[in-house]
Design a protein around this ligand. Structure first.
Ligand code: FAD
Length: 468
């Protein structure tokens, strides 16, 4: 039996930040279904916990420690004060923890928490790119002597002591079927991602709190991305900063946020061509085997060739002051769409956890209203809106699924309180997009890392002198 102060399940943005923070004075177990990263993995693979998903919904995992931070180029900023109004946590707490984390990571805080009003409806929201930054590598977790990583593993079974209301022991299992028994002296944290947390949550709650209802159906809110048109070469430089400069750290990036008539939407220039659109929707549906990987490689090669050819045509076209790239927009989903996650009877990972069915509904926006509002704030610099009606093939949704177990100021048993503890179980915590009360329009990773920092401080205070 091995003993750990903290056991963290899931090593993504949240799990890696938390393990790094807690390991200074504690022994930490970090458990993930993926392997330790070798090189720069960029591909997403199909999430093993999904049984069925709506056609528009493309959710995957990276398959390596570091989670989804291994799969993107780190557009990073803090949620806004406006979004924070739906949270039971004060904005000052976000800012305080954000400043501390930025200082530790040597990031100028102004670059990730700056906004400039255009008028009472629209503003620029500034971010930086952390580059291809797998946070597991960034925090050097593989070399940290206080952190033990369990690869290709998840929870199989657990012991709960009713008299002290704590989970005391875990049995974890790996893909070879080998079991390891762990004693948890302080706390267990579920940080397996916005959707990945759901089967784990269910496993603990249904046994420890059998009276808790609605464990078979969870809400789902996303930030659907749409490719909507092109942008003029001479448009406002604040919304077309060359990506290479941003990634080299020479510039920050401004995202235009517009409080529209029906929703809030954010938009920025990105080169989302038809090849990328197809790739994004397909990649998470392919299995992680030789045949699928070869097909994906072929698709990427074709996209690469297409991009090279396009660049050549672009050069000619831009000399006539034409488009310089496509424009992508993302929205804040609302509950009206009625998207849900249900529990499937199918099991995964040595039958230790249930799989999930995803029923995602996208509400067709009033495209003409959207168009007129965007034109207003870009002075007509966007043009060539592809369709007057929204074409669902241009939607990319699935990387930011949340709000299934939202944080509450006055939670019932089994719900998440403001300390991110699951009420009714003294030492069980969860953090991921699942705890978001509303999904918002700001890309979520920095905010999740800030919440991980805040959680680590709470745990250190709570368990400073206590052992089971
Ligand atoms: C293509 C793409 C682009 C994105 N772009 C941005 C962006 O520009 N800016 C931004 O802020 N965010 C972006 N995101 C979202 C961002 O990656 C996530 O919000 C963030 O990584 C969430 O962190 P997390 O730790 O909660 O979950 P994840 O990073 O998903 O990590 C969860 C981990 O848990 C593991 N896991 C799952 N189930 C289990 C289990 N049962 N047992 C053990 N381990 C398990 C997974 O393997 C994974 O390693 C993007 C996402 C994608 C896919």
């Amino acid at each position: 039996m091995i003993e750990f102060d903290y056991v963290i399940i899931g090593s993504g943005a949240v799990g890696s930040t938390l393990a790094n923070q807690l390991s200074a004075i504690s022994k930490v177990a970090l458990i993930d279904i993926g392997t330790k990263p070798k090189g720069n993995r960029k591909r997403l693979i199909s999430a093993p916990y999904i049984n069925n998903a709506s056609k528009d919904f493309s959710h995957g995992i990276s398959g390596v420690f570091g989670g989804l931070t291994a799969a993107w180029k780190g557009k990073t900023y803090l949620l806004t004060e406006k979004e924070n109004k739906k949270w039971p946590i004060e904005y000052s707490e976000f800012v305080e923890n954000s400043k501390e984390l930025a200082l530790e990571m040597n990031i100028p805080h102004d670059h990730i928490n700056f906004r400039e009003e255009i008028d009472n409806k629209a503003f620029y929201h500034r971010s930086i790119r952390l580059g291809r930054l797998n946070l597991f590598n960034y925090f050097k977790i593989a070399k940290n002597k206080n952190i033990t990583c369990f690869e290709k593993s998840t929870i199989y079974d657990f012991k709960y002591k009713q008299d002290i209301n704590k989970i005391t022991n875990l049995s974890i299992i790996n893909t070879l079927g080998q079991e390891t028994n762990i004693k948890v002296t302080k706390a267990l944290i579920l940080s397996a991602g916005g959707i990945g947390n759901i089967p784990l949550y269910k496993k603990f709650i249904e046994r420890i709190l059998p009276n808790k209802k609605s464990l078979d159906k969870f809400n789902l809110l996303e930030q659907p991305h749409l490719s909507i048109g092109k942008i003029r070469k001479d448009c406002n430089p604040r919304i077309r900063k060359p990506f290479k400069e941003v990634i080299k750290g020479l510039a920050s990036e401004d995202c235009l946020v517009v409080g529209g008539e029906s929703d809030t939407y954010a938009f920025q220039i990105s080169d989302v061509n038809i090849g990328t659109q197809i790739y994004r929707r397909l990649v998470t549906r392919f299995k992680n085997n030789i045949l699928s990987n070869s097909l994906i490689l072929l698709l990427r090669l074709l996209i690469g060739i297409n991009n090279k050819i396009r660049k050549y045509f672009f050069k000619i076209r831009t000399s006539f002051n034409e488009n310089i790239g496509s424009i992508e927009i993302w929205f804040e989903d609302t509950e009206k769409n009625n998207s849900i996650v249900t529990i499937s009877s199918k099991k995964w990972f040595k039958k230790s956890l249930n799989k999930l069915n995803i029923n995602y509904n996208f509400s067709k926006k009033n495209f003409l209203t959207l168009k007129s509002e965007l034109e207003k704030y870009t002075n007509g610099e966007i043009y060539d809106f592809k369709n007057q009606e929204l074409n669902t093939s241009k939607i990319y949704v699935g990387p930011k699924p949340g709000c299934s177990t939202p944080i509450k100021s006055n939670p019932d048993e089994g719900e998440v309180n403001i300390d991110l503890q699951i009420k009714g179980i003294e030492n069980l915590y969860t953090l991921g997009l699942n705890i978001y009360p509303a999904i918002g329009f700001t890309n979520p990773t920095w905010t999740l890392m800030v919440l991980a920092k805040r959680l680590s401080k709470h745990l250190k205070r709570k368990y400073m002198f206590k052992i089971i």
